[in-house]
Every structure is written in C-alpha cells, then in structure tokens.
Design a protein around this ligand. Structure first.
Ligand SMILES: *Cc1c(COP(=O)(O)O)cnc(C)c1O
Length: 409
C-alpha cells in the first residue's frame, strides 16, 4: 500500500500534486512518500517483533542518506556490500552492532574498515574470502566475527538475473563444501564463527522457497552441531517481492511466520535483510513528456527520463506501472511504448501500455521506483542524475540535488 493516489484528475504524492513538484524541482524527479516508507518499516517491525529479529536494510536498493537516516531512527540497520555503503551506514549514524558486510569480492580495504568499525559481522562468501578476512584481522591483531553465506541450491521462481540460490550461482559456499569451510574457520585464531547466511534471490512472491532453503540449511546446521560448531545467528537474507503489476506477494505476516518457524531451528537469533519490500513502492519517477510520435505502426511517448535514470526495465524487462499525472478522461486512448532519450534500442521504460494520448510538456510517473532505481542510475550518455524529494504530508524536502552536468564535465 502506498500514498500515491488520484484526487480528482490529478495524481498526488500524499497531499501534494505531482505537477507542483515537477514545477518546483524539475524532472526527471524521484518522489518519495515518507508516510509510505514509515508504514512499510512499521509493518516489517511488527511482524518480526516477537522474534526480536535484527532488520538490516539492503543499502544497495537505495542509498539516499536522508532515507537511511530515517530508517536508522526507526531502528533499521544496514546490510552493506562496499566501502561506500559502510561509510554511508556510519554517516547515517547506524550503531555498529546493526551493520553487516556482505559481498562475494571484498577487498582488504573493505574488510579493514569493517573490522575497524567493529560491525556486527562479516558474511564470508568462500573459504578464500574467509582466509582474506583472517589475514586482515591478524594484521590488525583483532578477531573477526564471521558467518558464511551458504548456498541452499534451490530453484526460485523469479527472473534469472535476480535468482541467487541456484547451484550454479556465483554467490556463497556450495552446499557440499560448507562443512569444510566451517571447520577451517573453527581452526583459525582470528575468526569467531557467529552464524549462517543465505539470500536466495529477489522479487520472490511466495514463501515456499524460503522454507525449502531454510530446511536445507537446518539439516546442514545439525552436521555442524555434531562437529561442535554452534551458531548464534541465522540470516535469512532479503528477497520478498512486491506488487509491480499483477503479482500477489505473500503477506508479511505469512513471510515472518515461515522465517521464524524454520530459521529458529538453525540458530536462536534471526537477521533479515529486506531491500525491495521496504522501499520499492515508496517512490515514483516523475518525468516530462518531450514528444509523442508515431513511427510505422507504433506509438511512442518520449519522456525526459531514460534507462540511465531507471535501469530495471532495460536489464530485467521489469514492469513499472506508468501513470499520467493528470487524467483527461475524454481523450482518445492508444497503445504506447514509453521510451527515454538514450541512444539505445533497449531504452524502453514501459511497453505497450494502453493510455490516454500524452502531449509534450505533460507529466508521467513510473510507479515502484524506490528500490534499485536511483541506486542503479548512471551518467550514461553523459546525463546528469535526477533529483530526489521526500514528501511528508503537504511538506517537501529536497533529499538529493540534481547533478549539474557542467560540474561533472
Ligand atoms: C540484494 C540483497 C538483499 C536485498 O534483496 P531484496 O530483494 O531487495 O530484498 C539482501 N541480502 C543480500 C545479500 C543481497 O544481495
């Protein structure tokens, strides 16, 4: 549920018409609803409250520091995958015991910073990664708290680019190698084993894959226990899907119930790393129409936002609902492809959408743009990245300035 709604013929973000925001801040523009974000955080906290789970937001989904500060105030921690994200977590004021470092290619510099910040734990991706962490910890005369990411090797019904728990995935320890890696860790002076981690993929709308994966890891954890290795934490990753189109994601209550049921068989303390489910539907990408053209038998709306501003449609074929900021019910409707100005045929933001004729100067909003939107944006075609605003009732705050292309060059 979100707070982007039509009032009469105008699309609003909470109490403000999107047209007012476009006028004030220009386009393309990421528009966030604070009320929506707080609602999503509140719901995730509510369903996990009884288990006392640690909730670490996946910073890669959105790295706006104003939003991250807000999350921190709500008690949400940080799942980081780079030096930049660790620094951002520190800047957002996240307490060290709510920060985790993930990733399958950590550099010494990143490991060093994680150890210096004394974060809750580092998730090792392989025996080699473990040895790197151990070497760096040794050189700093400290001990590293480590979990392993273990690949449960299951099929997950989602886009292949965002399925990460397959046997052939690049992430984590192969299930059959995991015991050896834990034994190695147990033998190292510089390592304190603290848990197990999994992340099976993204935009998963059912709970069965989570249950299946955790069941497999529970079998493995029994083997560990036989070797005298006990775990404090089980990190179930992120991955719960959201509604972009006609998906009906499993409810948060069901998701939490499944995670609790199976995770607690592995370790007493649960961690989750939600990304998309917290932030996707808190934002729209607002764009202005540059032209409306017919080419051959197709109708195109050309907007001022492109695949450099929002990459998901181009790289995943992702669906984002496209909504006119102002509805003219008497206008003729056509099937449109909504395209950006980038010099790539893949720069299509929405395909074959039945919508009212749109003319130059009018506004269009792409929904569900809060996750992997701005954070995946680029300067391709040497374009400035958009601005971001946060709407709170009838107030607005510019939370990221539009880049100035003249400064960039
Ligand atoms: C991307 C990622 C997440 C978040 O995934 P969502 O699908 O956005 O919830 C969590 N954990 C890890 C390790 C990730 O790579």
């Amino acid at each position: 549920m979100d707070y982007f709604k039509y009032k009469g013929s105008e699309l609003f973000a909470e109490e403000i018409p999107l047209s007012v925001l476009a006028e004030k801040y220009g386009t393309p523009l990421y528009v966030y609803s604070k009320k929506t974000l707080l609602r999503h955080i509140g719901e995730v906290k509510r369903v996990f409250r009884s288990s006392g789970a640690l909730i670490c937001f996946a910073y890669k989904a959105n790295n706006n520091s104003a939003l991250l500060k807000l999350m921190n105030q709500e008690g949400v921690g940080a799942d980081c995958v780079s030096l930049g994200e660790l620094l951002l977590a520190r800047k957002a004021g996240v307490p060290k015991d709510r920060i985790i470092l993930n990733g399958n290619g950590k550099t010494d510099e990143e490991i060093k910073l994680a150890l210096k910040m004394n974060i809750r734990m580092i998730n090792a991706d392989s025996a080699e990664d473990l040895l790197n962490i151990s070497r760096v910890a040794g050189s700093m005369k400290t001990k590293a708290r480590v979990s392993f990411r273990v690949n449960p090797e299951i099929r997950v019904p989602t886009h292949p680019h965002i399925a990460t728990g397959l046997k052939e995935s690049k992430f984590g320890l192969a299930y059959d190698d995991a015991l050896k890696a834990y034994r190695l860790a147990a033998s190292l002076e510089t390592i304190e084993i603290c848990g197990m981690h999994m992340h099976i993929g993204s935009q998963i709308t059912e709970t069965d894959p989570f249950a299946e994966a955790l069941k497999k890891l529970a079998v493995f954890s029994k083997q560990l226990a036989k070797s005298g290795i006990r775990l404090k934490y089980i990190n179930a990753g992120g991955g719960l899907g959201v509604k972009y189109q006609s998906e009906i994601p499993e409810t948060l209550d069901k998701y939490a119930a499944v995670i609790k049921k199976y995770a607690l068989r592995i370790a007493p303390k649960i961690i989750i790393e939600p990304g998309r489910m917290l932030i996707a539907n808190t934002a729209v990408l607002l764009m202005r129409v540059i032209s409306n053209k017919r080419s051959g038998r197709k109708n195109f709306v050309v907007v001022d936002g492109g695949m450099n501003d929002i990459m998901r449609p181009s790289i995943y074929g992702a669906y984002h609902e496209a909504l006119p900021a102002k509805v003219f019910s008497e206008r003729e409707k056509k099937d449109y492809d909504i395209v950006g100005p980038i010099c790539e045929s893949g720069d299509v933001l929405a395909k074959k959408r039945r919508m009212q004729n749109l003319y130059a100067g009018e506004l269009l909003a792409l929904r569900g743009a809060g996750a992997y939107g701005y954070s995946m944006s680029s300067n391709y075609n040497l374009r400035a990245r958009p601005a971001e605003v946060l709407v709170d009732g009838s107030r607005t705050a510019l939370i990221r300035e539009r880049e100035d292309i003249r400064k960039l060059i």
